[in-house]
Design a protein. Structure first.
Length: 132
């Protein structure tokens, strides 16, 4: 019905306001590939998205030899407009640098399945290049 549309419009406007006041521009880059389709160090900018950085706590199962324990790890995410995310054509593995930290894109969640907001999920890359 009509209420769904107005609810969606309301949510989009709310998010746009948040992005205007608190959002920053995030530049996602992708490593190039050579003729053999191997990654090169040359990076090109894929997209610049206005978003709000926040951390959610993801429950991660850590396996320690015989036992596994579940611990909460901060999951860095960037909240942005769903349409901006879709239009950006970002791909898993694209890179983002925030301050001294480098992140790779893990995916994105369509928040509440409303096509309003996307939560872009990031993973911190350690200095030596290994994933956390």
């Amino acid at each position: 019905g009509n209420t769904d549309m107005s609810q969606k419009a309301f949510e989009i406007n709310k998010l746009r306001r948040l992005l205007r006041t608190s959002g920053k521009l995030y530049e996602f880059k992708r490593k190039g590939t050579n003729a053999y389709n191997e990654p090169t160090e040359e990076e090109t900018t894929v997209a610049v998205i206005r978003g709000v950085y926040h951390e959610t706590y993801a429950r991660v199962t850590v396996v320690l030899q015989e036992s596994s324990k579940i611990r909460s790890m901060p999951q860095p995410t960037i909240l942005c407009l769903w349409d901006d995310y879709v239009a950006s054509r970002l791909a898993i593995g694209d890179e983002l640098t925030i301050g001294p930290n480098k992140y790779t894109l893990q995916g994105a969640v369509n928040v509440q399945k409303m096509d309003v907001a996307a939560d872009i999920t990031l993973e911190l890359v350690q200095d030596n290049g290994t994933k956390f």
